[in-house]
Ligand binder design. Structure first.
Ligand SMILES: [Zn+2]
Length: 145
């Protein structure tokens, strides 16, 4: 595997639209918060589906702290994807719910607790490369220490 250099001019590309990579700074997740009712969404929309207000969604930086809402242990996946892994849905502190892989934990139901505190971490998207050779940055969840 090729070493990834910090000086790569292109840098990694975000694997999803709501993952933001600032020129100088750490990556973060961005959502949309309703200024009327505080509901948080990962994608922009014309009207808030919680309170119905229009044009009230403003971008917001999502927390990297959250709690495990639900998970499943995946035993079969696409070729090249290592199994088993833990697919999880996490509620972020301050709002926002998203799906991702829970890493740095044994894929064993005895080791994974509902509601357990997790943090969002960022890393290479499992070796995924586009046809121009760009790598991708993804987000993962891991147990909070
Ligand atoms: Zn609202």
């Amino acid at each position: 595997m090729k070493e990834q250099s910090e000086e790569t001019p292109q840098g990694p590309l975000p694997v999803v639209d709501f993952l933001k990579i600032p020129e100088d700074g750490d990556p973060y997740l961005e959502g949309f918060r309703c200024t009327s009712c505080d509901a948080v969404y990962l994608a922009d929309r014309a009207a808030c589906s919680k309170c119905g207000a229009r044009d009230t969604l403003k971008t917001t930086r999502l927390s990297t702290q959250g709690n495990l809402y639900v998970y499943s242990i995946v035993h079969r996946s696409f070729p090249g994807i290592e199994v088993p892994y833990v697919s999880a849905i996490v509620d972020l502190e301050g709002g926002g719910t998203l799906k991702g892989n829970l890493i740095n934990i044994e894929p064993d139901p005895e080791k994974i607790e509902m509601g357990m505190p997790i943090e969002v971490v960022f890393g290479d998207a499992l070796g995924r490369v586009d046809r121009d050779g760009n790598t991708y940055l993804s987000y993962f969840f891991q147990p909070r220490g």
